[in-house]
Design a protein around this ligand. Structure first.
Ligand SMILES: [Cu+2]
Length: 512
């Protein structure tokens, strides 16, 4: 609370006199200083609570105080800086210093009071998605309440009779697209019949961010940064599971796309939706579940196979960062991507010659729809390059060099074939994923201990891992996590020794 007494105005060009006047009218000074996202250390203790708390990787939980029989939470809407990837920090809006906002966990039957403060430069409101509560608490501005102005406060109080995976968000659509959502977990009073040992929460979001920008374009219909819990692969913290555990993963989607989330190596059952626990008679074996917009899906499985198992959105463009329609043109313009084109070019509208949709001027290019990279501005079309062109335009991109032309002294091995430039469509994804994108050290954390070296080069967008580990490996990582809380554990790469990996025996010639 100490920092609230030191609230201060942050007056830059974005804040007009009108905002200041309205904040003054409310008798409150509002802090519009952007918060740098905090880590999970501020999470509350659940000691004494009769439920197994769910973990939301990379997102803290919201603490509360008991007041008589009411759990009192303080939720603050505010601008935040969120490092979604080692090379990308976004200016988002979130809650209590984080985007997505902190996870709230209570018991079915609890009465909660949520004291909500608006530290945004515009009005907002809090909607509790799916809750069966009195209309006055539903948070729809104009319909059941006045919008909460900048500097304003609104107190919500209700009793929760439901159980399951829920979430909160403003009932202001465009604010949802700049990061404003959080999970709200209602643990059942009568435990579910099959108990789990691990319970995870993953929030699915997507952002459209122009190159060299940090503010998502909330009007856009194409998205180039796809995140789980506000992190993009490989910066997403893997889920750590002990071999034999029963695992629940609760997924919530709030964006413009539906996401088919796929788990490798394990068959799961969908055991709940945004409406709570599903009757067991509806469960069926699956390995991909479509999490539609504004839906929640709980999946459960018995982790009986040791391994580092991928969990990812299966939409190809959602498995990338800075995704584009094809990558080829990006490497062939000689001097980096053009940016900041007009609306017509950015949206692929037909303004030039020859003026036909299939004309060569309108070929696919980086960030089509994001307002960048019209082929009109490129010197070379997306077609095979002559040897001379290749040398001239690709000399600054070591990752794209056929092996005999690799940059002297760069100490890199090319991962493309010597005649790659003669193949139409090249490079397709060599630049988007591969050894050259590896950043194991930059994303190091104990949860990554013992992953195959270079693993991070192949993780992007909505891609993470469920690491099912034998007891000794599991204990080792838990020990590192505890040590890391006291003092950061330095990058400790380890020879790859993934559990359950098959090796070809040199003695018998068979897999063992
Ligand atoms: Cu997706």
């Amino acid at each position: 609370m100490a920092n609230r007494s030191r609230r201060e105005f942050f007056t830059n060009g974005a804040l007009g006199a009108g905002l200041l006047a309205s904040a003054k009218a409310w008798g409150l000074q509002i802090s519009l200083k952007t918060k740098v996202d905090r880590n999970e250390k501020c999470s509350p203790s659940y000691a004494g609570e009769p439920f197994l708390p769910a973990q939301t990787p990379d997102v803290p939980d919201l603490p509360w105080e008991m007041e008589n029989d009411v759990k009192v939470f303080h939720l603050v809407a505010e601008p935040v800086k969120r490092k979604i990837h080692p090379n990308k920090t976004l200016d988002l809006w979130g809650y209590n210093g984080t985007s997505p906002g902190p996870t709230i966990q209570v018991m079915q039957g609890d009465r909660v009071r949520i004291i909500f403060d608006n530290h945004l430069p515009e009005p907002t409101s809090m909607h509790w998605h799916g809750f069966e509560i009195p209309p006055a608490m539903d948070g729809v501005p104009g319909i059941v309440q006045a919008p909460t102005p900048p500097g304003g406060r609104m107190v919500y109080e209700f009793t929760l009779h439901q159980e399951g995976t829920y979430f909160y968000h403003p009932h202001m659509a465009m604010q949802e697209m700049i990061g404003m959502m959080g999970a709200f977990i209602l643990h059942p009073q009568k435990p579910y019949q099959t108990r789990v040992d691990k319970d995870f929460v993953i929030l699915l979001q997507e952002y459209a961010v122009l190159p060299n920008n940090s503010v998502p374009n909330t009007m856009n219909m194409d998205f180039n940064w796809l995140v789980f819990n506000g992190k993009s692969g490989p910066a997403i913290t893997p889920m750590i599971v002990r071999l034999g555990d029963r695992v629940r993963i609760r997924m919530v989607n709030l964006g413009m796309d539906h996401h088919p989330i796929h788990l490798h190596g394990n068959t799961f059952y969908v055991t709940g939706t945004e409406g709570g626990r599903a009757p067991q008679s509806t469960w069926r074996p699956e390995n991909t579940v479509l999490v539609g917009v504004a839906q929640a899906r709980d999946i459960e499985f018995n982790a009986k196979y040791a391994g580092d198992w991928m969990l990812h959105c299966h939409l190809p463009h959602h498995m990338m960062n800075q995704m584009s329609s094809t990558v080829g043109p990006m490497t062939r313009i000689g001097k980096g991507m053009p940016a900041g084109l007009g609306m017509e070019e950015g949206m692929g509208m037909l303004t030039g010659s020859p003026g036909t949709p299939l004309g060569k001027d309108y070929g696919p290019s980086l960030g089509r729809g994001l307002g960048v990279g019209s082929t009109n501005d490129q010197r070379a079309s997306n077609s095979p390059l002559s040897a001379r062109q290749a040398q001239a335009t690709m000399q600054n991109m070591p990752g794209m060099q056929p092996s005999e032309t690799q940059v002297p002294g760069a100490n890199v091995q090319s991962d493309v074939s010597p005649n790659a430039n003669s193949v139409p469509g090249f490079p397709q994804d060599a630049y988007m994923e591969g050894p050259r994108m590896a950043m194991d050290k930059a994303v190091w954390k104990p949860e990554n201990y013992g992953l195959r070296p270079g693993w991070s080069g192949f993780m992007q967008g909505m891609m993470t891992l469920v690491r099912v580990l034998p007891p000794d490996r599991y204990d080792k990582i838990m020990e590192l996590i505890r040590a890391n809380r006291r003092q950061p554990v330095p990058y400790t790469p380890e020879a790859f020794d993934a559990p359950g990996v098959n090796r070809l025996s040199s003695r018998t010639g068979r897999l063992e």
